[in-house]
Design a protein around this ligand. Structure first.
Ligand SMILES: [Zn+2]
Length: 436
């Protein structure tokens, strides 16, 4: 408890929370929760008032989200080209294309197949996140089946948390469409896969979508081995052992020998960092910043095919090959990739090495050159959108900034982050002792 707590409550706070009239306005959400108990201490009442206010603002958020999602559905419905509509929304809200796609999917389901869920949002009972827990499990159903699930869920929404809603919806789905549920399980298992999610601060999360019995067995094996090691050596926690065992098992070759990472990973580091002359963080393509010590360890490690790209931009290397060649030569491509590092759409972070180098000003139609200042990295999806009607891209030749104009005539800019701060004194002074 705070040492400042006292029996008296600031008058302002009481005025804020106490009048029954105010309560009835604030608590549209659940008016019967208002207890006019004069015997409750003022301090308790003040906190309860704050909780009521949190609930009432939450209800307001739910109602506002209902309005927003209705607008999203209408916006998507009016789009001339469906394939780019998520990109337009993502740029407007500065969110990832995946988030925008999810918003559009939920919005369209709410207005067409989940009317009771939408009404619950409009009444302030559930927000978009909770609504998504009804939408996702029912997404594979026909419209008619989805409305049936929606009607069942209408009576089950009250006071459920998001996981409770998801579980309850999954049950309703299995009841409404038992054969489809069985078929989808089989199909879902066919769509197994893994994902690498950047976590920052030198860490990454490796996730796998695998059949439930495989996942449970794999986890049990890792868990047992981690506990066995912990009994022998207490210097690491069980969680640390689990992570180590997991990685070790994955890095064994077919003969059971542990091998080093073999995949091609690109690391951008300052030449001075590489030479241990400074400790600036380096960048791992698509994964973000890693500390200098780790970059050095990786860049100088054995048995890896990590590519280090030492950044010391030299204007002399930038060559324009003009109109004679459509495909950029390797050196030019490497420079453009090194500058961009990621897809140049401001809402996309795919590593440049898996992107296509594209002529910002089209090579065939507009006479664009195959040169450093007319080439930019775009992933396949953004490359496709760039050529759709209503979209236009221009690149500032001096700054490298790309301006994207969307079908609604809105403009967004994208500029690659500098690899490092400009140096006034680029070379370490030869007369000075090295800083290590
Ligand atoms: Zn992209």
């Amino acid at each position: 408890m705070s040492s400042q707590s006292s029996e008296s409550v600031p008058e302002q706070m009481l005025v804020d929370v106490l009048t029954a009239e105010e309560m009835s306005v604030y608590c549209v959400y659940e008016p019967d929760l208002v207890d006019p108990f004069p015997e409750i201490p003022a301090r308790v009442l003040a906190r309860r008032g704050l909780l009521r206010r949190i609930q009432s603002t939450q209800a307001e958020i739910c109602r506002l989200q209902a309005m927003q999602y209705e607008a999203v559905a209408e916006f998507a419905g009016k789009a001339e080209d469906r394939s780019a509509v998520a990109r337009e929304l993502a740029l407007a809200l500065a969110i990832s294309p995946r988030m925008a796609e999810n918003q559009i999917g939920l919005a369209e389901a709410l207005v067409s197949r989940l009317p009771e869920t939408l009404k619950a949002m409009q009444r302030g009972e559930i927000d978009a996140y909770k609504a998504s827990k009804i939408h996702e499990p029912s997404a594979a159903l026909t419209d008619e089946q989805a409305r049936e699930v929606d009607a069942i869920m209408a009576g089950r929404i009250d006071r459920k948390d998001p996981s409770g809603l998801r579980r309850s919806t999954a049950l309703a789905v299995a009841r409404v469409d038992p054969d489809g549920y069985a078929r989808r399980c089989a199909r879902r298992r066919a769509r197994r896969g893994i994902e690498l999610v950047p976590q920052g601060e030198g860490m990454v999360r490796l996730c796998a979508d695998i059949p439930v019995e495989v996942g449970a067995a794999a986890y049990a094996r890792i868990d047992a081995e981690a506990h066995r090691r912990r009994r022998v050596d207490m210097s690491k926690t069980v969680e640390q052992y689990k992570a180590d065992v997991f990685a070790e098992l994955l890095l064994k070759d077919t003969s059971g020998l542990t091998v080093g990472p073999k995949a091609e990973v690109f690391i951008y580091m300052d030449v001075y960092t590489w030479l241990n002359l400074n400790t600036k963080p380096a960048e791992m393509a698509g994964q973000g910043i890693i500390p200098a010590w780790l970059a050095n360890e990786i860049a100088n490690g054995t048995n890896t095919t990590l590519r280090r790209l030492i950044t010391d931009p030299d204007d002399g290397q930038i060559i324009s090959v003009g109109r004679r060649s459509y495909r950029p030569p390797t050196a030019l491509a490497r420079l453009a990739y090194a500058r961009d590092r990621e897809c140049r759409s401001p809402i996309c972070h795919r590593p440049a090495q898996v992107c296509e180098l594209d002529h910002v000003e089209a090579w065939d139609a507009d006479g664009g050159e195959t040169s450093y200042d007319n080439l930019a990295s775009f992933c396949a999806k953004d490359h496709h959108i760039k050529d759709l009607p209503g979209w236009s891209y221009t690149m500032d030749k001096d700054t490298g900034e790309i301006t994207i104009t969307t079908p609604t005539h809105d403009q967004y800019t994208s500029k690659p982050e500098p690899l490092h701060e400009p140096r006034n004194n680029p070379l370490p002074d030869a007369d000075q002792p090295p800083p290590f």
